[in-house]
Write a protein that binds this ligand. Structure first.
Ligand code: FES
Length: 121
């Protein structure tokens, strides 16, 4: 994951599903931490959704009807937008607007080799 630029997001495939790996910027982190998480549709802190603050790992499957959202798009900086029916996720991949009922799912993962590599699963 060393090659992912700050603010960038790559997509890999795991068990036939896309996985987004995103390096978040300080500005994106400030935005998501400024939100009252208890007011969200699927209330979760960002801390509960990642191991390292700057790296977010989520399944790229919209929780509405399963489409693949677009990275770095939508109404929330550094988030995702699913154009199928207009779901907007923030940079913590929490649902913020639109019909999706839940946040994007977090797969099991761990860091390897001094945090330069990720093991999904
Ligand atoms: Fe994503 Fe409907 S599948 S908004």
């Amino acid at each position: 994951i060393d090659g992912i630029p700050e603010g960038g997001c790559i997509v890999i495939k795991w068990r036939g599903k896309p996985v987004f790996i995103k390096k978040r910027t300080e500005e994106e982190l400030n935005d998501i931490n400024a939100v009252d998480w208890k007011s969200l549709r699927d209330p979760q802190t960002d801390k509960a959704r990642r191991i390292k603050e700057e790296v977010l790992v989520v399944l790229g499957v919209c929780t509405h009807l399963g489409c693949v959202p677009i990275s770095n798009a939508g109404d929330f900086k550094g988030g995702w937008f699913c154009p199928c029916h207009g779901s907007h996720y923030d940079a913590s991949a929490r649902i913020r607007k639109g019909p999706a009922p839940e946040n994007l799912e977090i797969p099991p993962y761990s860091f390897l080799e001094g945090d330069s590599k990720l093991l999904i699963g």
